[in-house]
Design a protein around this ligand. Sequence first.
Ligand code: SAM
Length: 281
Amino acid sequence: MAFKDQVDLIITSPPYADARHKHYDSIHPDKFAEWFLTFHEPFYNALKPTGSLVINIKDKVVDGVRHRYVWKTIEALGEAGWYSIEDYLWYKPNPMPGYWPNRLRDGWEYCFHLAKTKRPYFNQDGVRKPIGEWVESRLKNLGKNDLSRHNSANESGFGRDISKWVGKQTVLPSNVLTIPLVGKNKGHPAVFPVDLPLFFIKLLCPENGLVVDPFAGSGTTGIAALSLGRSCVLIDNNIKYCEEAVKRVQEEAAATTNEVKFEQHVIPYQLRFLQDAKSEK
Ligand SMILES: C[S@@+](CC[C@H](N)C(=O)[O-])C[C@H]1O[C@@H](n2cnc3c(N)ncnc32)[C@H](O)[C@@H]1O
């Protein structure tokens, strides 16, 4: 990546290990951490010191058991110098239907927030959400325990001071993001919802900042970035998906042809790595 110290946020959903053979190159789970680490240096160098990397991913099930390539990858990134700032969960209220002998429907994925420093750019106020109706009715009936910090009855050490919420219109969200899955028909088999990159861009990228999605697929990150007034670079090694991304940012983020620049590059090292991985199977 040729953007030394220029990028505010890299947000991406990399190809899941071995998951999508029919659609695009995929990596064997045992090789995934090693493969992902080939991107460590370009990602690290491209980010500003205040920048962040968000990786949306989920461990694949191999022979009925969760393979831990995701944990290994995050640990390897930590050893390479990244700080694990937070693990967000993307909760899907409408997971794919199905039946498995030893597990239930899969209703969540990780979004790992990594950064070059312990204090990356972080705009909590950008993601505040309206205070829920339940809070309003709860605040109407404050008891004496609510008017000061109240230590929990089981002496767990956790306390609450609900009276602090009186008069507030918004609250900070938690690190569990409830976002429904999108339907298909986006010209790509693994599209994530626009609301996912939208949330992290508001939280981790300043206004007029630069967002990069290095495994961009159909360009969902681009739609989120442009609709929030951020610039965006989308990268994918499948020309078909790049074309789909251009079409989507024009249709869904009203980007004009002047605003979209399309370039083709060859990345010999990555191609070689993928070929090596394939021949070892
Ligand atoms: C999980 S999909 C991303 C989907 C995207 N978030 C969306 O909403 O459309 C991962 C993408 O990574 C691309 N990809 C796989 N290997 C790559 C590589 N070495 N360099 C760039 N892109 C790659 C695939 O073509 C695929 O489109």
